[in-house]
Design a protein around this ligand. Sequence first.
Ligand code: ASP
Length: 333
Amino acid sequence: MKRRNFIKKASATGLGLVAVSSTFMSCDETKEDKKIVSPISEVIKPLVIATWKTDLAVETAAAVLEKGGTALEAVEQGCRIEEANEKGQSVGKGGLPDRDGDVTLDACIMNEKGDYGAVLGVKNIKHVISVARKVMEATPHVMLVGVGAEKFALSQGFKRENLLTEASKKAWEKWKIKSEYKPIINIENHDTIGMLAIDKKGNISGACTTSGLAYKMAGRVGDSPIIGGGLFVDNEIGGASATGLGEEVLKTVGSFLIVELMRQGKSPQEACEEAIGRIVNKPGKDFTNFQVGYIAVNKQGQTGAYSIHEWFSYNIYKNKKNQNIKSDYFNKV
Ligand code: ASP
């Protein structure tokens, strides 16, 4: 999940976000033909799409689907890979902590029935995506937060463990020297895995898991565990997921917006582009200092992805091939 530093690179070239559009693939369509929605008789399945360079997570989800597993099982298993990856400092164990030094995790999941489960601000439990699934399946609620979520996880047999690795502790200690906390969040401080899958039956599910913004205020929650923000799935239409500055995604209800735009006939690519447009076209909005990226899939298996700035990428598994693809983006010079 290596796409940090783009602001650094950007400032090195003035606005500096150099367009190399010929290398971009808008998933299923090029700029020229994107208005033409060709009739698709065959649904592309199974299919997995996930934010950032998440090869192993997507491969894991795809293996579940190829064996005939459900989209729900696939997205859960895929996300667990990143949660267990201690080197990834933005999801699960090893995630960068809040400004008080506590790693707190957010996650949510949606199935093909439109059911939803989420946990927010959970400490000491690594596989929060599985806790979110338990909330969805084993409680009458949709969201559990903080201590209550942890208590519930323990009651379900999840293991309590310290999520702060030495590397993340060191990074936090270094950050503490200046303790520069800006409400406009630096682009380097976030990453999230959002994943959408279509199984062999054609059902769609999605999942999203994160440690949120590094050095966030204690108690801060972003878009990732919020239905319609970091994730939305409607099995009749498609699904969408987000990464980046959660506050901006939440203010535009980004993932829900994308699914609704697809319902109105937009392709996943067009819908992602419009959702980014809703953020960057706000009067007076200075988007130079933050990133948002979206992925989407529709019921036919067409996909889309778009971000504000360069360096957003996503993994996609379709036709038995797993690839990392650089997303097209808005801010070209
Ligand atoms: N969207 C996440 C949040 O705001 C962070 C990220 O994707 O990097 O918590």
